[in-house]
Design a protein around this ligand. Structure first.
Ligand SMILES: Nc1ncnc2c1ncn2[C@@H]1O[C@H](COP(=O)(O)OP(=O)(O)OP(=O)(O)O)[C@@H](O)[C@H]1O
Ligand SMILES: [Mg+2]
Length: 263
């Protein structure tokens, strides 16, 4: 694969459960966006970033509501929800001084028999100018129906064209725990997840109380392990509110409080 980043290339996802309040439709957590802006301002001159964000309280409830509707109605409503959130996030970052450049994700990914194919040239060009392309979890028109692609799947599709040195998930929680830490106070942080303890971790994870149409924390771990195996990289889950850990994870991949997912 051709080297496309000027500096070390890092994929960063701002979790939808971090930047929005996932249990309140169409809500934004502006304190999370402020932290995201602080983090991006401190890393944007040190590494090349592809930033992704999840659909959070915008996409998940809408996709769930229209899941039984005609597919054209579902696609239109999902598209409206995801681009509204992306516009808010991208504009907030740009106004804070981040070199943010929004990339309409459903316009650069196609879906053939459920498999995503990316037209990555615009992202590569934007990266080469030292800007931060911003992609997001989106609804993609498919040959038969449509696919709700999580940011994790968008990263997977993009990684066929741009090889990241690592992937960092910025979440509301500080990593993967023995149980949902937002529900259970005695949840304990799992420092490393690999193929050796994956089965054990899987047995601990229960579905989240909030709607996540793309599979929640468990599917995040599965996609992460697959990306780690395919690319020989590590994937890090930290709290986006812990700005020092987030910056260290992004810039060096060392010295953070969180979970490391490595094949
Ligand atoms: N064992 C666990 N450890 C950590 N978080 C957990 C666990 N079980 C459930 N969760 C929940 O998973 C959430 C993160 O996964 P989820 O897919 O809901 O968010 P996200 O990927 O940030 O959102 P989006 O899909 O909108 O981007 C956390 O905020 C937490 O509440
Ligand atoms: Mg998710």
């Amino acid at each position: 694969m051709r080297k496309v980043c000027n500096k070390e290339c890092i994929f960063v996802k701002a979790g939808g459960s971090w930047i929005t309040f996932k249990d309140k439709p169409f809500s934004i957590d502006y304190s999370a966006l402020k932290s995201l802006a602080n983090i991006m301002l401190r890393v944007q001159d040190r590494v090349s970033i592809v930033l992704g964000h999840g659909g959070g309280s915008f996409a998940h409830p809408v996709v769930n509501l229209f899941s039984k509707s005609d597919q054209s109605i579902a696609l239109v409503q999902c598209n409206k929800a995801t681009r509204t959130l992306n516009n808010l996030v991208s504009s907030f970052l740009a106004e804070a001084g981040v070199r943010a450049f929004s990339m309409q994700t459903s316009a650069m990914i196609s879906c053939i028999d459920g498999v995503l194919e990316t037209f990555a040239k615009p992202v590569i060009k934007v990266l080469s100018k030292g800007l931060i392309p911003i992609v997001y979890g989106d609804c993609i028109a498919c040959s038969d129906s449509y696919k709700v692609a999580s940011t994790e799947e968008v990263f997977k599709a993009l990684s066929k064209h741009i090889k990241p040195s690592r992937i960092v998930f910025l979440e509301r929680v500080s990593g993967v725990y023995t149980k949902d830490p937002l529900v259970y106070r005695d949840a304990e942080l799992i420092p490393v997840i690999s193929r050796h303890n994956y089965d054990e971790v899987k047995s601990l994870l229960t579905p989240s109380p909030v709607i996540d149409v793309t599979g929640g924390m468990l599917s995040k771990i599965e996609h992460s392990l697959e990306l780690s195996r395919a690319m020989g990289i590590k994937v890090i889950v930290v709290s986006g509110f812990d700005e020092e850990s987030s910056i260290n994870a992004i810039v060096s991949g060392e010295s953070y409080r969180g979970t490391t997912i490595v094949w």
